[in-house]
Design a binder for this molecule. Structure first.
Ligand SMILES: Cc1cc2nc3c(=O)[nH]c(=O)nc-3n(C[C@H](O)[C@H](O)[C@H](O)COP(=O)(O)OP(=O)(O)OC[C@H]3O[C@@H](n4cnc5c(N)ncnc54)[C@H](O)[C@@H]3O)c2cc1C
Length: 338
C-alpha cells in the first residue's frame, strides 16, 4: 500500500495541515496533501504509524514491512510525524486548529462496544480490540509483556467479525499464548451465514480448533468458588422486514452455563474522535461517527474527517479511499475552491 503516489512533490504552498491519526485514512491523506506541496504534520497516540493495519491485524495477514516502507517514503518526502501524542490529552484539538490552515481527523474506532450484561467488568472480561493492539505493541517491543493480559485455559469470544476472528487466531497461533490456551469457544447470536465474517473464515477457525456456538448470547458473567462462568441463552431468528438481517431473539428457559477462564468482548468497536464533551463545534451523529458534509468537512469550518471515525468500522481499502477523497477536498479548501 503506497501512501505517496506522486513522483515529485509540488512547490511549497505555505499552507499547513494537521492530520490526527496515522491509520490508512490519515496516511493516504497525508501523502496526497504532501504531493500538492502543503506542509503536513501527522499526530498519532501510538509509537508507530499504520493504525489498525499495523497494530490490529495479525502479522501473517498484512506485511508490516511494506507499511513501514511506505511510511518511510512519506517521511523522506517531508511529512512530519509526532508519535505518542494523544490529541485531546497531550495536546488539544483547539491548539491544532489554531496553528493549522486545515485539520483532518482520522482517529478510527478504538473502543470496544459493551456487551451490556452483568459481570462484564470482571478483570478477566477483556475488550478484544484494545487487547489485540497491546499484544502487537509488546511483539514490536513497545510494551513489556508483563503489562499484557495473558489468557490461559478456556477462552470464550463473543462476536463474529474481524476482531473476533483475530482474537481466536492470536490465541491459537501466536507462540506467546498457544501453550496456555486449551480451548477457544466463539459465541455468536445469529448463524454463520448472517455473520460479518465469511463462512470460509468460520471453517478456517474450526480447522484451528475453535468451537463455534451459533445462536447463543451471553446473559451473565460470574465467579463461583474461585472459577469463572458465562451463562449463555439460546437464540432463535425472527423475520424483521425493516432490517437487513433477521432479528435474534432469546429462547426463554434455554440458558446454560459454561466454565471459562477468560471472555473476550468482540461485538464491534465504536468511533473515537479526539475530544470529549467539549466538542470544539464538531457535531457527532447519533452513532458516534463525526458528522460531515459532502466535502468531508465537519460542522467546524476547516476541520475535516475521514476513515472509520466518519463511517464506523469498515475496511482498510475504504478508509484509504476516504483519506484520499478528503485530501482532495482539503486541497480545494486551501486553494480557495470551497
Ligand atoms: C482486529 C481488527 C482486524 C481487522 N482486519 C481487517 C482486515 O483483515 N482487512 C481489512 O480491510 N480491514 C480490517 N480491519 C478494519 C481496518 O483495520 C480499519 O477499517 C482501518 O484500519 C480504518 O482505518 P482508519 O485510518 O480510519 O483508522 P485506524 O486504522 O483505526 O487508525 C486510526 C489512528 O488514529 C490514532 N488515534 C486514535 N485516537 C487518537 C488521538 N486522540 N490522538 C492521536 N492519535 C489517535 C490511532 O493510534 C490510529 O493509529 C480490522 C480491524 C480490526 C479492529
Amino acid at each position: 500500500m503506497k501512501f505517496l503516489r506522486c513522483k515529485e512533490v509540488a512547490r511549497p504552498t505555505g499552507k499547513r495541515v494537521a492530520v490526527v491519526g496515522a491509520g490508512p485514512a490519515g496516511l493516504a491523506a497525508a501523502g496526497a496533501l504532501k504531493c500538492h506541496g502543503h506542509e503536513v504534520i501527522v499526530y498519532d497516540m501510538l509509537p508507530e504509524a499504520g493504525g489498525m493495519m499495523m497494530f490490529g491485524i495479525p502479522d501473517d495477514r498484512i506485511p508490516k514491512d511494506r507499511i513501514r516502507e511506505s511510511v518511510r517514503e512519506l517521511m523522506n518526502a517531508g511529512v512530519k510525524f509526532f508519535f505518542n501524542v494523544k490529541v485531546g490529552r497531550d495536546i488539544s484539538l483547539e491548539e491544532l486548529i489554531a496553528s493549522s490552515d486545515a485539520v483532518l481527523i482520522a482517529t478510527g474506532t478504538w473502543k470496544t462496544r459493551e456487551l451490556g450484561v452483568e459481570g462484564e467488568d470482571l478483570p478477566w472480561v477483556i475488550p478484544a480490540a484494545e487487547w489485540i493492539v497491546e499484544v502487537h505493541m509488546a511483539r514490536y517491543g513497545y510494551l513489556p509483556w508483563s503489562e499484557v493480559f495473558r489468557p490461559r485455559g478456556t477462552a470464550l469470544i463473543v462476536g463474529a467479525g474481524l476482531t473476533a476472528a483475530d482474537v481466536a487466531t492470536l490465541l491459537l497461533t501466536y507462540k506467546e499464548f498457544k501453550e496456555d490456551v486449551k480451548r477457544v469457544i466463539l459465541s455468536y447470536r445469529r448463524t454463520r451465514e448472517l455473520a460479518p465474517m465469511r463462512p470460509s473464515e468460520f471453517e478456517r477457525l474450526e480447522k484451528m480448533g475453535v468451537e463455534v456456538m451459533e445462536l447463543t448470547q451471553p446473559v451473565k458473567i460470574y465467579e463461583e468458588g474461585g472459577k469463572g462462568f458465562v451463562r449463555l441463552v439460546k437464540m432463535r431468528l425472527e423475520s424483521a422486514p425493516d432490517e437487513r438481517r433477521p432479528k435474534p431473539v432469546p429462547i426463554p428457559g434455554s440458558e446454560f452455563d459454561i466454565g471459562v477462564d477468560v471472555v473476550f468482548k468482540a461485538i464491534g468497536e465504536i468511533p473515537t474522535p479526539p475530544f470529549g464533551k467539549e466538542n470544539h463545534g464538531i457535531e457527532l451523529n447519533p452513532d458516534g461517527t463525526i458528522k460531515v458534509d459532502e466535502n468531508f468537512m465537519t460542522t467546524r469550518r476547516g476541520v475535516f474527517a475521514a476513515g472509520d471515525v466518519k463511517t464506523g468500522p469498515s475496511l482498510i481499502g475504504l478508509a484509504y479511499k476516504s483519506g484520499l477523497d478528503a485530501a482532495a477536498k482539503i486541497h480545494l479548501y486551501l486553494t480557495g475552491g470551497l
